[in-house]
Design a protein around this ligand. Structure first.
Ligand code: BZS
Ligand code: CA
Ligand code: ZN
Length: 449
């Protein structure tokens, strides 16, 4: 598998100015790197991580080595990446011999312990839904469409917020013999556009049932699950200061340190921590947690998915986990560079690659195996495939680069960038009764189902 990497670094450069204008940078970010010790620990906690352009890394091996410093890679180009890092991590990356340049901050509020918790997104972003706003919208949809939409509380986050699963189907209160498809969103706190993607799907399917023939057919013959917000604590924390904190993880404390949070997308119980694709340091962006599925949010969703194994058969056949950003369609495995091997036959790989490319042709994203970016372990799609045999993809949504808004595109893009995935979602639903149909092997794999 050849990584397909775009070259557009000029867009990053070009956009620095525009973002800089919109970015009152917190003065509190001091210059000196903190010395080790409790004071330094506290300073690091208060520090908002920043994005950097790193010129040098040109291969997935070099990118995996870069991830080992504890940063997250947010954007991949031919000879450069964009990372999120603390100042100390940026120094470590420089010491690897790369050129490191700090990018302008998103709208950031000066840290103030006295400021009341922000109730909404900052100006320019208010159409994004806070957790409370999303909950209200979902409840209103359920009230309006009780025959085709139902809501379950499947558990709670570390801070006690409800984690929801919405079911969309005709005869929604019955568990019918129908293929099931799962859509999840917002494992990573700063990726707010993914919650909007969930809300788009809920609105689209409920409002078009009975009028749009493809939507109607899918609700009549599938059971669609939407877990709209896997990380509500992280999402609320990201906006609570009145600006953005560029937060990625959940908000679970870690024993023996004041560093908070686990990277949920490194915490799933398949090859957890196997392959240098996650961090053991609780201060890192990709901290994998103390043990597999140690994050309550991961436990809750794992249990939910296990619960869809009815009579020894996993009902969910296909899934998309929404992230931002980079405009990618990714498939497993992430823990290995190999296309095929243990747990991935050639036909299975070809099915992933074909459906991935078909979906990418509809939204203009770039399709590739996730390890073409860098190695990861404990990601949800590796778990869904490796453990549950669900054809699971990761969509990295809009934008393609930091220059077009990175993690924080303005709310004006929400309608276009969520609807952009309508066709891909419908394709996945339509193939969910026999995903192998996309490689023409329905007869071999799906007879008598
Ligand atoms: C992100 C990037 C995402 C990650 C890429 C990825 C997804 C890799 C799935 C492997 C599997 O944070 O959105 O690093 O989790
Ligand atoms: Ca049904
Ligand atoms: Zn993500």
């Amino acid at each position: 598998m050849r990584p397909r990497i775009r070259g557009g670094r000029t867009t990053v450069l070009a956009a620095l100015l525009s973002l800089a204008l919109a970015a009152p940078i917190a003065a509190a970010q001091a210059q000196d790197a903190p010395r080790p010790g409790p004071a330094a620990d506290a300073a690091r906690i208060a520090e908002v991580p920043r994005q950097y352009e790193v010129t040098g890394p040109a291969t997935r091996t070099e990118r995996t080595a870069l991830v080992a410093t504890g940063v997250s890679i947010d954007e991949v180009h031919a000879r450069a990446v964009v990372i999120t890092a603390t100042r100390a991590q940026a120094t470590a990356v420089r010491q690897l011999g790369h050129k490191v340049r700090q990018l302008p901050a998103p709208p950031t509020a000066a840290p103030s312990p006295h400021k009341p918790r922000a109730k909404d997104f900052p100006a320019g972003y208010t159409k994004y839904h806070t957790y409370d706003e999303a909950t209200k919208e979902i409840d209103a949809l359920v009230a309006r469409h009780p025959d085709i939409l139902s809501k379950q509380v499947i558990g709670t986050s570390h801070e006690g917020r409800n984690l929801l699963a919405l079911k969309l189907s005709k005869n929604v209160t019955k568990d019918e013999q129908e293929p099931e498809v799962l859509f999840t969103a917002h494992q990573h706190a700063r990726e707010h556009l993914t919650v909007e993607m969930s809300l788009y799907l809920l609105n689209e399917f409920t409002s078009k049932y009975g009028s749009d023939s493809r939507v109607t057919k899918m609700l009549d013959s599938r059971e669609i699950w939407i877990i709209p917000d896997l990380n509500p604590d992280g999402g609320e924390y990201d906006i609570a200061s009145g600006g953005f904190r560029s937060w990625r993880k959940n908000r679970q404390p870690n024993a023996g340190t004041s560093e908070v949070g686990t990277d949920l997308n490194r915490n799933w119980d398949f090859k957890w921590g196997c392959c240098d694709g996650s961090s053991t340091d609780p201060g890192d962006e990709t901290y994998r947690g103390a043990s597999a599925a140690s994050a309550p949010e991961v436990q809750v969703v794992s249990k939910f998915v296990h619960g869809r194994n009815v009579g020894g058969k996993q009902q969910i056949t296909a899934a998309i986990d929404f992230h931002t950003y980079s405009e990618l369609v990714l498939w497993p495995f992430g823990f290995t560079n190999d296309d095929t091997g243990d747990g991935m036959t050639k036909d299975e790989h070809d099915t992933f690659a074909t459906l991935g490319k078909n979906m990418a042709a509809t939204n203009g994203y770039t399709p590739e195996q996730s390890s073409d970016l860098y190695i990861t372990d404990g990601a949800i799609d590796d778990w869904l495939w490796g453990d549950q045999k669900v054809f699971a993809f990761t969509f990295e949504m809009y934008p393609s680069s930091f220059g077009s808004g990175g993690f924080y595109p303005k709310d004006s893009v929400i309608p276009k960038e969520t609807a952009r995935n309508r066709e891909a979602v419908l394709q996945m639903l339509e193939t969910a009764d026999c995903v192998y149909r996309v490689i023409g092997k329905e007869g071999q794999y799906c007879k008598g189902r």
